[in-house]
Design a protein around this ligand. Sequence first.
Ligand SMILES: [Zn+2]
Length: 340
Amino acid sequence: MLYSPTDLRGNRFSVVLSPGWTRHYITGLLDQMKVLHRPPEGFAYRSYPCWCNARDDQPLLQKDRFDFWLDTVICRSCGTIRLDPYISAEDGVTYYTDVYPRAYFDQGQSLEDRYVAVQSATRAHLFAEFLAEAREKAGRPLRIVDYGGGTGGRLEMFKEDNEIFVYDLNPERTRFAVEHGYRAFEADLVVDVAYSCHTMEHWIDLTATTRAFLATLDRKNGIAIIELPFLDRIVSGARARGLRDEVSFPHKWYFFVDSLRLFMASFGFSCIASNGSEFAIFRHDERTAALEARSLSEEILSRNIRKLRRARRNGILKSLVRQTASLLSRLMSRARGPAS
Ligand SMILES: [Zn+2]
């Protein structure tokens, strides 16, 4: 297996792992994730409407990727996929300040480990050029908020030339970020860039949290950068069981780039850039957003369902090809006999 993480400057480097170690590494990682992503007990699960307020859902799945019982539905009105029933936003605060961080800690991950892990996993290099341009245009350090930024670290490569604020529900993580050169989020802060990296899918009250996230932004020139595990990336067959291999408790919401664009249009934000699978950048532009919303809402549900079917079909095909190839290579090495 070719493991290619990124270094602090955003350059990719590769580590080749032997098949045995790869199996060990992946199984270990999955076990760890299973603990982190277990649906918590002791909270009430109730049905809530979609962000678009509709209660017209088509059931998709009854179990998550780890075989825990969780219902996944797609909203017939806007095409967004979500877990429903779910815990309340109030219980979510307890979950994210207490249960979820403790699960990381119990897995042996310290704040320092987390900080280092976040730095090596960051994909901020994807839009580094975009930010450099914005920095040049502004002619001064940009004010950037990493919303739900935990210990900090994701925007490490921009820290020297810009002012980076971290907002997180967990006070310990925020304290750690401040000790490492980030600034704590302040109420009424106005920023040039509002950044959300793999946090929006966790926002239980999606509309209220997104409104607070966008409220930090300078409406005239500000941009919102959103990184998500967009479902578009599984259409090529990256997941053997398609959506089933994506779903787990902490992620309440599942977006295709199109369904996120429709959601953001409801706040008057239109998409100005995206790589179509990992991030999308938005700015406030009511007119364009309204046009986008109109063109997207027409067919979005059937388009998203078609993409899900393709993801599953391609995933099955790809895993069949992989299994056949490994069976053939095993048979051939057996036929050749042990190497002398
Ligand atoms: Zn909806």
